[in-house]
Design a protein around this ligand. Structure first.
Ligand code: SDX
Length: 379
């Protein structure tokens, strides 16, 4: 066996794979998907085009994109069996738990062990990209006691999700900005949920279990769940003049400031920069949100106190303000993150199949030395 590498908590700095999907320059705050800068994709591409790029490695031609969009459109609907299953879920349950269960249940409908069949790979990608948003929207309505709204064939991907939440056709700017948010959240190299996806994929289980495993990981507040907590934190602070005293108390109490910090970025997350411009576009069109001024003030004060430690806003800091302006309920913020990141998880699933080696890292044993069992009376 190879000489064991030094133990690094959270595998910090430990390369767990080789990958050609996404590159992060944490010092310069630059993120590229298959070599393309994120800001170019966010302003010029679409989520489905970006998903295609991430999964198959190249930007699609006109024909390839049309075919992919049509395939996704044809598979948007979700079986009544899954919708009926959701009707049995507790209505107070969190949508991430509903999504994890329903994503895993897709595996009950499709054959599991056809990973050597390229057709199976494509159909699994299409089904998951197509059905995840429908399942998120369906549970949202079901838990309100309403019937889910069927997807409309004449609406593009992002617009269709907003429509399925509200039964109203979204404003074109809102749909465009939501599509850009999906691009921004689509992929981020070996974050915790993508690592889960790769470990799960490495056992050659079905892709539905891979996505379900990643959804469960993303749900944690230290990972995808932070965007929900940021708005709650801003609500607690209350007003810009309360920011400095609140932050000093939080830092003194060793509290993690939600939406700040990152294992890779030691400067402001480039996605936070783009999300701010999207938020400002929405405020110009639909009216200002004073909570944004509070967030800007927090960022400014935190720059003095946490900036020297390389702690700056991450992707979760402004995303909640964009979704709030789009009228999206707070506990759907992380499910939306999951809708987008399904593209990245599937790209890594496909790449892991090619790596074809099960993850089985070593450990440093710190437990008891060998010892004999004692009968209960002798303990
Ligand atoms: C995402 O990995 C990805 O790529 C994730 C993601 C993606 O696209 O998939 O980018 C999405 O998950 C964004 C992060 C969302 N989570 C949060 O905003 C929660 C708050 N952030 C922290 O929990 C933390 O910054 C993490 C989890 C994001 C990163 O943690 P690390 O790299 O393990 O850093 P750490 O916990 O070891 O902290 C290092 C130091 C510590 O100080 P010391 O003990 O050395 O004195 O920095 C401090 C920490 O206390 N620190 C913070 C802080 N984050 C780190 N202090 C206050 N507030 C914070 N947010």
């Amino acid at each position: 066996a190879a000489t064991p590498a030094p133990f690094r908590p959270g595998l910090e700095g430990v390369p767990a794979t080789q990958s050609s999907i996404c590159d992060i320059d944490g010092q310069r705050g630059v993120l590229t998907y298959r070599g393309y800068p994120l800001d170019q994709l966010a302003s010029s591409s679409s989520f489905l085009e970006t998903a295609y790029l991430l999964i198959w490695g190249e930007l699609p031609t006109t024909e390839q994109l049309q075919e992919f969009e049509q395939e996704v459109q044809m598979h948007r609907r979700v079986s009544f069996r899954i919708r009926d299953m959701m009707k049995c879920f507790p209505s107070g349950g969190h949508p991430m738990d509903a999504l994890q269960s329903s994503a895993a249940s897709l595996g009950l409908f499709y054959s599991r062990r056809a990973l050597d069949n390229p057709e199976y790979i494509v159909s699994a990608v299409v089904r998951l990209i197509a059905k995840i948003p429908t399942m998120v929207a369906a549970f949202q309505l079901i838990r309100k006691g309403q019937d889910p709204i069927q997807p409309r064939d004449d609406l593009a991907y992002a617009a269709n999700f907003l429509y399925m939440l509200t039964e109203r056709e979204p404003d074109p700017l809102a749909a465009r900005i939501f599509d850009a948010c999906l691009i921004l959240h689509a992929e981020h190299s070996l974050n915790a949920s993508t690592f889960s996806a790769r470990v799960t994929a490495s056992t050659l289980t079905d892709p539905y279990a891979v996505v379900a495993s990643a959804v469960g990981t993303l749900a944690g507040p230290l990972h995808g769940g932070a965007n929900e907590d940021v708005l709650e934190m801003l609500g607690q602070i209350g007003s810009p003049d309360q920011v400095a005293p609140w932050l000093d108390r939080a830092i003194a109490g060793k509290q993690k400031i939600m939406g700040f910090g990152h294992r890779e970025y030691k400067v402001k997350d480039p996605r936070a920069v783009i999300l701010q411009t999207l938020a400002e576009q929405l405020f110009d069109q639909f009216g200002h949100d004073p909570m944004y001024d509070l967030a800007r003030k927090l960022e400014e004060v935190a720059a003095e106190r946490l900036g020297p430690k390389g702690i700056f806003p991450n992707v979760d800091f402004y995303s909640g303000l964009v979704y709030r302006k789009l009228g999206i309920p707070e506990d759907l913020f992380t499910p939306i993150f999951a809708i987008a990141r399904t593209a990245g998880w599937l790209a890594h699933w496909k790449e892991q199949l090619g790596a074809n080696r099960i993850y089985r890292p070593s450990q440093i044993y710190t437990g008891q030395p060998s010892r004999d069992w004692q009968p209960v009376g002798a303990r």
